[in-house]
Design a protein around this ligand. Structure first.
Ligand code: FMN
Length: 372
């Protein structure tokens, strides 16, 4: 099964890009990612000013990873060699760049184009470092930044968006209007890793960004909104851990995806597992190209006004074999679930069809059915 895609004019052997972060911090790291199977790499954010990384800067949370990592600690000029090295080893390189004014970011864009980058990603969404002021949240400002870059380079420009904004749709439209070739999203979600309650100290000494499984629903929502609102390609990022997650992003409109945390946590061989999973699923389901599934789930998203009120209630479709679990009973705020002699029953008069028991049951014994 051929997984190749054409994305913003780039011929990629597959739709999995390694996103800006520690896995793409040097030419050697990018080479490793490509050898492990990545379709392309997005460099660690390249800025004019280097800020060396603080120690420690990573904390594993329950559903993901907190980081307070900043930009690349290579200078802009040093990136010439890093990009050349990665390209010499077959990488398609998208340079993620940051600037504080339209003219600064356009200057860096021209430099990385000259260094051989195949495309640019505007990294204007990091929710830490410069605080929320550093997040592109004003459509008019994002338009100016994007326009300045698009005007000065010939390679395609993708704009990376954050979910730490009031209206991601307005930003995506501004980037499209300014000539962006694609929108990617999301960057990490602004976070605090936690507090050591014995010492009263925050676990990391500043605000950071959260990534991994926990942010996937936020990323999916952003990509669905962006896909509905624009006609340029979208690149889905956030919490991709299994091949099914890639398919979810695609069914909500993404043409490609980027992955970071699950590769950090599981090693480069995880890229191969994602690719095998994708290939297997596409073959088993009789699809020949990702175009056949792209956006498939968007039509199932309705406005609240369009949702018909279906009189569903929960029903038990098989006996429960986990004694003393009672997760369903504890979580049923309507007190509709009863346990008698190890048997579970649902009281249809009390059940409001909320659906929580269906998703909470480890055995999958519940099903929502038509009331009558
Ligand atoms: C340790 C770390 C460093 C990161 N550095 C950057 C960066 O330099 N530039 C950037 O645009 N995004 C950066 N990101 C964000 C990722 O590119 C990605 O948008 C985010 O982690 C969500 O994807 P994931 O859930 O697959 O990790 C970083 C993420 C992590 C975990």
């Amino acid at each position: 099964m051929d997984l190749s895609v054409n994305f913003i004019g780039l011929s990629l052997k597959n739709p999995i890009l390694i996103s800006a972060g520690p896995l793409t911090g040097s030419g050697e790291m990018m080479r490793k990612a490509v050898e492990a199977g990545a379709g392309a790499v997005v460099t660690k954010t390249i800025a004019n000013e280097i800020r060396s990384n603080v120690r420690p800067r990573l904390v594993k949370g329950e559903g993901g990873l907190h980081n307070i990592e900043l930009y690349s600690d290579f200078t802009l000029e040093e990136w010439e060699g890093e990009i050349a090295y990665a390209k010499k080893h077959g990488a398609i390189v998208i340079a993620n760049i940051l600037g504080h004014t339209p003219s600064e970011i356009a200057y860096i864009a021209q430099k990385v184009e000259r260094y051989g980058a195949d495309a640019i990603e505007l990294g204007v969404s990091c929710p830490h470092g410069e605080g929320l002021e550093g997040v592109a949240s004003e459509p008019s400002a994002l338009y100016e930044f994007t326009k300045a870059v698009v005007k000065r380079v010939k390679i395609p420009v993708m704009v990376k968006l954050s979910s730490n904004v009031a209206n991601v749709v307005k930003l995506a439209k501004a980037a499209e209007k300014a000539g962006a070739a694609a929108i990617s999203g999301i960057d990490t979600v602004r976070s605090i890793a936690g507090v050591d309650i014995e010492t009263g100290q925050a676990l990391l000494p500043t605000f950071g960004g959260y990534s991994g499984d926990a942010i996937r629903p936020i990323g999916l929502a952003a990509i669905a909104s962006i896909s509905e609102a624009t006609s340029i390609p979208a690149c889905g990022i956030g919490g991709i851990t299994k091949h099914e997650h890639i398919l979810e992003y695609m069914m909500l409109g993404a043409s490609t995806v980027q992955v970071c945390t699950s590769i950090i946590l599981n090693g480069h061989e995880h890229i191969g597992l994602l690719l095998d999973g994708l290939r297997g699923w596409m073959t088993q389901n009789g699809y020949e190209s990702f175009d056949e599934i792209k956006g498939k789930a968007l039509t199932s998203l309705k406005s609240f006004e369009e949702i018909k009120e279906e009189p569903y209630v929960s029903q038990v479709n098989e006996g429960c074999s986990i004694s003393l679990c009672e997760k369903c009973k504890k979580a049923c705020i309507y007190e509709a679930i009863e346990w008698t002699d190890g048997q579970v029953t649902v009281n249809p008069q009390r059940c409001t069809g909320c659906g929580l028991c269906v998703s909470i049951c480890p055995q999958g014994i519940f099903e929502l059915n038509w009331k009558d």
